[in-house]
Design a protein around this ligand. Structure first.
Ligand code: PGA
Ligand code: ZN
Length: 431
């Protein structure tokens, strides 16, 4: 028995930021090292994501995870005790073959991912290195540019606005900590502006302000105002990123903007987005079109892909074959990486490798239902994706991630390099 073979695996039910059950796994190695991880949960999920196993029936609205917990404590523990925790690829391969379904529908991606991540933590602890270093080696370390939500909408705010995330990015900052300082000021000034209008309804699922607007475009105008009020420049420092979450309001080529009571076809939606791009400092748009509209996705990418980061979330669901298909069609130029869309770290990393091979940029992302787990920060740094999306600048399940990255940046000192503009792989600020 090697010191880093798995001695025991235990799962328990814990609770996420929406007060819903989720899975935590604890992996203990022969040398006593322990790793723990909790899985997040999405609300605007892609149709092709791996399955999040829920118990159904009436308890906790059908959202309980006792079966997923039992799968870890039973079948998965039996199969993985004695395996090497420091061979992530082999360990994940065992999880994949144990489940033996294309979308983890037997054991649940929440069960497999909890173990996959906890094993990585345990191996890193045993080697006495931070997880990001275990995942990505040493040398100069790339700190991600954060994408941070200021206004929340879509499925995260009862569809109060159709656009899911109105976010800011700070390509002009010189460090990760400065990017957070700038974002804090924008978030605060947006809150002040909303309060002055008497239109604050609290915060949405990810902590962004829950807005009261009559058009989607009003939120864009308000965001620009907030950036300027914070004393920051939209020409060189701070820019806007959107997640349209278009699969939530579009199907079969028709897009229904509920807030504005109008319906568009793909051409109309593309026209609206290009108009927004011409008018506002937008540098990144995620899921501009629905997951079933890959042709329009490609059309949009052909039209503006040279000056805009176009992110596939529901379109690509962190799945390498889908990234390859999209790349062949020229749809999107950036992949969003959410480990629970696949259910193992290795498969998520494969999606990132496929994206890199296609010349795509990458963003590691949280889900709208989160916990205090900070694994994704280490993935973004260790895998050198250059970008990290965690939701807002409020609520501790979000702040835990930003604070973890701050700690890492401070400890690295001169070895830390902030991704900034380079994160895009092109320069969307020169417009
Ligand atoms: P979700 O939303 O976690 O609810 O799926 C996040 C996103 O769409 O990026
Ligand atoms: Zn998304």
């Amino acid at each position: 028995m090697n010191a880093r073979t798995i001695r025991s695996i235990h799962a328990r039910r814990v609770w996420d930021s929406r007060g819903r059950p989720t899975v935590e796994a604890e992996v203990t190695l022969h040398d006593g090292a322990v790793g723990m991880a909790m899985v997040p949960a999405g609300a605007s999920r892609g149709a092709r994501e791996a399955l999040e196993l829920r118990d159904g029936s009436t308890r906790f609205g059908g959202k309980d995870v006792q079966q997923a917990v039992a799968n870890v404590n039973g079948e998965i523990a039996r199969a993985l005790v004695g395996a090497a925790a420091d061979d992530q690829a082999a360990l994940d391969e065992r999880l994949i073959s144990l489940d033996a379904t294309p979308a983890k529908t037997r054991l649940g991606a929440n069960a497999t991912l909890a173990v996959s991540m906890a094993a990585a933590h345990a191996a890193a602890h045993s080697l006495r290195v931070p997880l990001y270093e275990y995942l990505g080696g040493s040398g100069t370390v790339l700190l991600p540019m954060p994408q941070i939500q200021i206004f929340g909408g879509g499925a995260h705010a009862s569809r109060r606005v159709d656009v899911q995330d109105f976010m800011v990015v700070c390509p002009g900052a010189t460090s990760f900590s400065q990017a957070l300082e700038w974002t804090a000021e924008v978030y605060r000034s947006a809150g002040e502006l909303m309060r002055a209008r008497g239109s604050i309804y609290g915060v949405a699922d990810e902590g962004g302000w829950w807005p009261d607007f009559t058009t989607n475009e009003q939120a864009l105008a308000m965001l620009v105002q907030a950036i300027e009020r914070a004393g920051l420049s939209t020409a060189s420092q701070v820019a806007i990123a959107l997640d349209m979450g278009a699969s939530e309001f579009g199907r079969a080529g028709r897009y229904r903007l509920g807030l504005e009571s109008r319906e568009l076809d793909a051409d109309g939606l593309i026209e609206m987005l290009v108009r927004w791009m011409d008018k506002y400092p937008i540098v990144s748009i995620e899921d501009p079109l629905a997951e079933d509209d890959v042709e329009a996705f490609a059309q949009f990418t052909r039209a503006v892909g040279q000056r805009l980061q176009i992110v596939g979330d529901d379109l690509l669901v962190s799945h390498a074959p889908l990234v390859q298909q999209a790349a062949a069609l020229g749809a999107a130029n950036t992949v969003l990486l959410k480990p629970n869309q696949r259910g193992t770290l290795t498969e998520t990393l494969q999606a990132w490798h496929a994206a890199q091979a296609a010349g795509y940029a990458g963003i590691v992302s949280a889900r709208s239902g989160e916990t205090e787990d900070v694994t994704i920060v280490h993935l973004a740094i260790g895998w050198r994706t250059g970008q990290l999306k965690v939701g807002s600048f409020a609520r501790s399940e979000r702040m835990a991630k930003w604070n973890e990255a701050l700690r890492i940046e401070e400890r690295l000192g001169a070895r830390a390099r902030y991704a900034g503009m380079g994160a895009f792989g092109r320069n969307p600020m020169t417009r």
